[in-house]
Design a protein around this ligand. Structure first.
Ligand code: 2P0
Length: 340
């Protein structure tokens, strides 16, 4: 079965399973791991899933392959392959097979540049792979497998507003990801100001570990996260834009303050990033319902009420160094799609 992203004609006769997922943007940030080996986060987080940014992933199981193959955006990705194979290994153990897979994945937005491509990537991979391997599953289980691939990926299994929380069970920590509010329940929009399309110099995993080991603020970050989550959860339930904006900006600045104080300090921003933050603060001070967040990269995300999206785009596009903007509504969770 052929798809538009299909690179290799030898797969024409094999069955492809295709899934899509959208990145999510954390309003209350995840930064730091409780256990790097199992990828259990040190803190809970709360996010919104986007609509117009998209990863599409096709998987072909092929018993003749000696190892997995991973094509990302049309190129053989040997760097990303070990993480992809590790995720597939967990699923193969459940399915009781060792059959290898050929995977082709494509993003319609810059990869590894602070736009959460690993979140949508692993969410799409898990949805496609569980289906291909015939695993009977639930969204909660898919979220947990996606989280083992990339912490933020669990949140992209669901649409709208999503919370990932940590619960202690005896000596263990259980990670629970669940939707809080559908995208239809609160119509917010996101304007992404792209200030660079280069891949970030320090990966999130490496940055988090460096922060955990060297940032003097790390323990306070862990201690204050539950209160931030509680405030944000309440703001989402009450659809209180101002409250959500305040707590989200604070969480973003706290995360970056923490990372800046690591050794060597992690500077994910460029000059345009900071100019955008000032421009958004300035709009907000003039009464516009808009707030910012920034992830481990230089792009700025402005979250706003839909009536002012055009003005937010205009403001951000006039900032020197902004290359383009992407507008998105909130979107649905990861799902299977028909191969084209
Ligand atoms: C988040 N970020 O909550 C935070 C905010 C970036 C800044 O999760 O190591 O790719 O694969 O678990 O999920 C980006 O890190 O990290 C991230 P891994 P991930 O969205």
């Amino acid at each position: 079965m052929r798809t538009d992203m299909h690179q290799n004609p030898q797969y024409d006769h094999l069955l492809c399973v295709k899934a899509q997922a959208q990145p999510n943007i954390a309003l209350i940030k995840y930064w730091g791991k409780h256990d790097p080996a199992t990828n259990i986060p040190a803190v809970g987080s709360l996010s919104i899933t986007l609509d117009s940014l998209r990863t599409e992933t096709c998987i072909w199981l092929n018993p003749d392959l000696p190892h997995d193959e991973f094509i990302l955006n049309g190129k053989n990705d040997l760097t990303g392959l070990p993480r992809v194979s590790r995720c597939l290994d967990s699923l193969r153990r459940v399915a009781g097979t060792s059959c290898k897979a050929h995977i082709e994945s494509k993003n319609n937005f810059p990869t590894a540049a602070g736009l959460a491509s690993s979140a949508s990537g692993f969410a799409a991979l898990v949805i496609a792979a569980t289906k291909a391997l015939g695993i009977q599953t639930t969204p909660a289980k898919c979220a947990d497998w996606a989280r083992q691939g990339s912490g933020s990926a669990a949140r992209s299994i669901y649409g709208g507003f999503v919370e990932m929380s940590l619960q202690k069970r005896g000596g263990d920590i259980e990670v629970i990801t669940k939707p809080l509010l559908t995208p239809e329940a609160w119509h917010l929009e996101v304007v992404v100001a792209v200030t660079s399309t280069d891949a970030k110099p320090v990966s999130s995993s490496e940055g988090m570990e460096r922060t955990r080991l060297t940032s003097p603020y790390y323990s306070r970050w862990i201690e204050t996260q539950d209160e931030d989550l509680q405030d944000a959860r309440k703001a989402v339930k009450e659809k209180d834009f101002e409250k959500l904006g305040n707590i989200s900006e604070q969480s973003c600045l706290k995360m970056h303050g923490l990372a800046l104080a690591a050794h060597p300090g992690l500077i994910y921003w460029n000059a345009a990033t900071i100019e955008c933050l000032h421009a958004i603060r300035n709009m907000n001070a003039r009464g516009y319902p808009v707030f910012f967040t920034v992830d481990a990269g230089p792009q700025v995300k402005a979250i706003c009420e839909p009536e002012i999206t055009g003005e937010v785009v205009g403001t951000l596009e006039s900032v020197s160094g902004v290359q383009s903007t992407i507008v998105s509504r909130l979107g649905q969770g990861a799902q299977l799609v028909k191969p084209s």
